[in-house]
Design a protein around this ligand. Structure first.
Ligand code: ADP
Ligand code: ADP
Ligand code: MG
Length: 508
């Protein structure tokens, strides 16, 4: 197998993930090229990369989604590879194909693998063939309303109507009642048409008390495929992940081994190369079913990196160079527990409305076991054009309890002014008894919303109040002390001896 070292990577993305990719490139001695839109002239990824090129106006379809423009910059800058990050062009088969045609390494899977897994109906069929359990449902797109009604009668309510081209929780409808079938079908269709330009939908059984469990996989070109264990992603809002953790609190050793083997089989069936994720839905009895494969780096990849001790971006690059994986399945182990919180610029009290704006102050958490993958800085204005995620906070601990306490402490340390953020909401999640117990499912946020929207009450806040009280007390007394000082000493204003003596008398 030919190994072609990568010397310069263009990052076809922005925000925290662009910065995160540049970091690994730096450590590998690889030059980096950033691309940016009008809104991102002052963005961190532009400052942090070796070179940066303007690619167009702020809307992503005029910049970060412009394949021609990005390829032009790749050639102009002499980049030999492109990393797509997540979102944007990362799951675009056409982009992977065009890179190949232009002789630029796409750090990701082949166009065929992206296409095969991007279409959820095709993916379901591939998984059935590979012996991976899929959610009971249709294996073809439903073509008429009569057919949909008939399929739902067979599967039994409740069901999920899902867009074959879906992603990001869009084009999906949960149907519980017969009377809502047709309106949900039409709703899912039109949403899918608008969002993905494809209105093909299929029907799946709705899994009760669902837990979202996914497996990270890595596959090289030599045919080695390993999994890097699971991530529990059941803390969701509108089918979008909010908090992720690994290991999953509900996982058993036996089920982990079986699911891991199925994840590897799934990746092999997809002829997969690079880093990818197999998503499963699991019920309370630990029965699990394939949901979809994400053919890219995942937002929540750092928790796996922390617990397994593997830099996934580095491995992606090494695989793209043609290197075999440096480890086998038996070399990989989970060590401790990691949790990730997604920090958004949003108003959690106002229906989670995005709240972009200028950061007037920021203090990021630090300390043992803490990682903060962000991209904003003081004075930076979060643009309105993109996802309002500010950063991802990852806390590690030897045990789940320790990881939760560390996350709690880190969220407390995290101070952002200028924009509203989800930090307090995340603190409440860490405090929620249902979260602490583990075993929560995807209804966790909905079921606990009243608790989660309350102000966090915590030992640290009390500590803070006590400190403020002591300070106020101290300054008031200082005032009294000054009042009682002799005119000479107050005139000089520096009779520290006297001052100290009196202060001691106050027993401060
Ligand atoms: P997307 O491509 O939008 O990520 P997924 O198929 O991965 O779509 O589903 C997103 C989320 O929707 C899941 O994590 C889960 O919470 C919920 N979900 C999807 N399918 C089902 C199902 N059959 N039963 C219960 N929940 C489901
Ligand atoms: P997952 O959690 O399964 O990795 P998501 O769907 O939550 O997947 O994450 C991908 C989403 O992140 C995209 O659909 C997009 O809305 C958003 N996104 C894309 N690029 C960025 C970026 N640079 N920074 C923050 N969010 C982004
Ligand atoms: Mg998904």
């Amino acid at each position: 197998m030919e190994i072609k070292p990568i010397t310069k990577v263009l990052i076809a993305n922005r925000g925290e993930i662009a910065v995160r990719i540049i970091r690994s490139c730096r450590e590998m001695g690889i030059h980096t090229v950033a691309v940016f839109s009008d809104a991102d002239r002052t963005s961190m990824h532009v400052r942090y990369a070796g070179e940066a090129y303007h690619i167009g106006p702020s809307p992503s379809n005029e910049s970060y989604l412009k394949i021609d423009k990005i390829l032009e910059v790749a050639k102009q800058s002499g980049a030999d590879a492109i990393h797509p990050g997540y979102g944007f062009l990362s799951e675009n088969a056409e982009f992977s194909r065009r890179c190949k045609e232009e002789g630029i390494i796409f750090i990701g899977p082949s166009p065929e693998a992206i296409m095969g897994m991007g279409d959820k109906i095709t993916a379901r069929r591939t998984m059935i063939k590979a012996g991976v359990p899929v959610v009971p449902g249709t294996t073809d797109a439903v073509t008429s309303e009569e057919e949909a009604l008939e399929s739902i009668r067979q599967i039994g309510l409740p069901v999920m109507i899902k867009a074959s081209a879906g992603g990001g929780g869009k084009g999906m409808r949960l149907v519980k009642e017969e009377s809502k079938i047709l309106s949900s079908l039409r709703g899912a269709r039109s949403e899918a048409k608008t969002a993905f330009g494809n209105d093909a939908v299929y029907i799946e059984k709705y899994i009760d008390s669902p837990h979202h469990i996914e497996f990270q996989i890595l596959a090289d070109r030599q045919g080695n495929t390993v999994h890097l264990f699971e991530r529990e992603c059941s803390v969701q809002r509108r089918h979008q992940k909010v908090v992720e953790e690994t290991p999953s609190p509900i996982m058993t050793e036996a089920v982990r081994a079986e699911m891991g083997a199925h994840a590897v089989a799934a990746a092999k069936a997809a002829n997969y190369e690079g880093a990818g994720t197999i998503e499963f839905i699991m019920d309370d009895n630990l029965n699990y079913y394939f949901l979809e494969m994400n053919t890219r780096l995942q937002v929540e990849h750092p928790i796996t990196e922390r617990v397994v001790g593997v830099d996934l971006v580095r491995e992606q690059i090494r695989i793209a160079e043609g290197n075999p994986l440096p480890f086998a399945q038996e070399d990989l182990h989970q060590s401790g527990h990691a949790i990730e919180c997604r920090i958004y610029a949003e108003d959690t009290d106002n229906n989670f409305m995005p709240n972009p704006g200028t950061i007037t102050h920021i203090t990021e958490p630090l300390g043992f076991g803490v990682r903060c993958d962000g991209y904003v800085y003081e004075g930076y204005t979060i643009p309105i054009y993109y996802d309002p995620m500010i950063s991802k906070l990852i806390a590690w601990g030897k045990t789940r309890e320790e990881a939760i306490e560390r996350m709690r402490r880190s969220l407390y340390e995290y101070k952002i002014s200028g924009v509203k953020t989800s930090i307090k909401f995340l603190e409440r999640i860490m405090d929620a008894p249902d979260f602490r117990k583990g075993g929560y499912n995807t209804h966790f946020i909905e079921d606990n919303i009243d608790f989660l929207l309350q102000e966090p009450e915590c030992a640290f806040e009390c500590e803070n109040l006590a400190l403020i009280a002591a300070f106020v007390d101290y300054t008031t007394k200082l005032h009294d002390i000054e009042q009682t000082m002799s005119p000479e000493s107050s005139r000089h204003g520096s009779d520290w001896k006297e001052f100290g003596r009196r202060l001691a008398a106050w027993r401060l």
